[in-house]
Design a protein around this ligand. Structure first.
Ligand SMILES: [Zn+2]
Length: 348
């Protein structure tokens, strides 16, 4: 059975004015799935923030304390600010700087435990996927590395094999740096070449078990399909993992402002489907996604796929249209929002 993990903390909280992540991302997915009749109460679970101790399975106690202090006082002294890379344009201090990422991390942690216990074989955490975070510092809009927390949990509580697959437009440097040396873990990343953080070149194997597939700017569904079908899947199947963690960042979609990749959401969904169809217990995370319309529709479609619905021809019901119509997108301030961003889930 599939479970969707979320929290009300994602309603209204944000990174502050001017930040690319200061857009609605998680709650529209929840509300659209409910409006479409794809999400009932038994499929949805609220999670609290992770405790400091839980986060310390990957992060240093000093870093977590810095997040707690920054939330409390809304400032951080220069030494800690510098050491932990907090309080700048990318990683600003904001009102929920501890609780919000800690909640996303709790969902990934809980999701990992559900896969281990077998209670759920498909877990969706669209608030997760913050793959750039390092143990002692924030990085690239990511304060807590929730994929790392899921991987740590799966790795240390079982003796099973884990595949981490990342289709975000950006390379998951924080994950690769900390897990690619472990024998029971294999990592795959398909991302845009020469895009920040500029790691993950084709021949970069990290600690040995990372596989990187940088795609040139302008790459489309065909290019994505080719690399997934011909490169990623054969290696993944040969590795024969017991669990999959899929970071499904939507910033590779054509209408996202933070990448030059040109996937349609149909191509993106087919990729997600290819991993769901393996029938291996899977934790699906969000990640990047900087166009709220594109992201909400893409991730609502992912949940649809996880429960056996087809988003490919799905039109938005009136309530979903209203939800989409209400979204703010400062990047396009003053410009018209195309009707197709409102009226249907699929790009087509
Ligand atoms: Zn990204």
């Amino acid at each position: 059975m599939a479970i969707f993990l979320g929290s009300d903390i994602f309603r209204g909280s944000g990174y502050g004015p001017g930040h690319p992540l200061n857009i609605p991302r998680v709650w529209p997915v929840i509300d659209i799935c409910r409006a479409q009749g794809w999400l009932n109460d038994s499929q949805f679970e609220m999670v609290p923030p992770a405790t400091a101790k839980e986060l310390e399975c990957f992060h240093t106690p000093e870093y977590i304390q810095a997040l707690i202090d920054a939330e409390k006082t809304q400032v951080l002294d220069e030494i800690r600010s510098k050491r932990h890379n907090i309080g700048n344009y990318s990683n600003p201090i904001y009102q929920e700087i501890y609780r919000r990422p800690a909640t996303a991390a709790k969902a990934s942690l809980q999701g990992a435990y559900y896969l281990i216990s077998g209670k759920h074989s498909r877990v969706f955490n669209p608030s997760g996927g913050t793959h750039h975070g390092f143990p002692d510092s924030a990085n690239g809009f990511c304060f807590v590395n929730d994929p790392a927390i899921a991987l740590t949990t799966l790795y240390h509580n079982t003796s099973k094999k884990i595949a981490y697959v990342d289709i975000d437009a950006h390379h998951p440097d924080g994950v690769q740096d900390n897990f690619s040396h472990l024998e029971r873990i294999i990592l795959f990343s398909v991302h845009e070449a020469d895009r920040w953080p500029r790691t993950g070149k084709k021949d970069d194997v990290g600690g040995g078990n990372a596989h990187n597939y940088p795609l040139q700017r302008g790459s489309n569904d065909k290019d994505l399909k080719e690399v997934i079908t011909n490169q990623v899947l054969p290696l993944l199947l040969a590795f024969n993992p017991d669990f999959i963690v899929l970071q499904a960042g939507s910033d590779g979609l054509e209408e996202d402002p933070q990448s030059g990749l040109c996937y349609s959401n149909q191509g993106y969904w087919k990729t997600v489907s290819a991993f769901l169809q393996l029938n291996i217990p899977i934790l699906v995370l969000g990640g990047g996604g900087y166009n709220p319309f594109t992201t909400a529709r893409a991730w609502a479609g992912v949940w649809g796929l996880m429960i056996g619905k087809s988003p490919y021809k799905t039109k938005c019901v009136a309530e979903s249209r209203a939800i989409l119509q209400s979204l703010s997108f400062p990047h396009r301030l003053g410009k018209n929002i195309p009707d197709r961003w409102i009226s249907r889930l699929y790009d087509g």
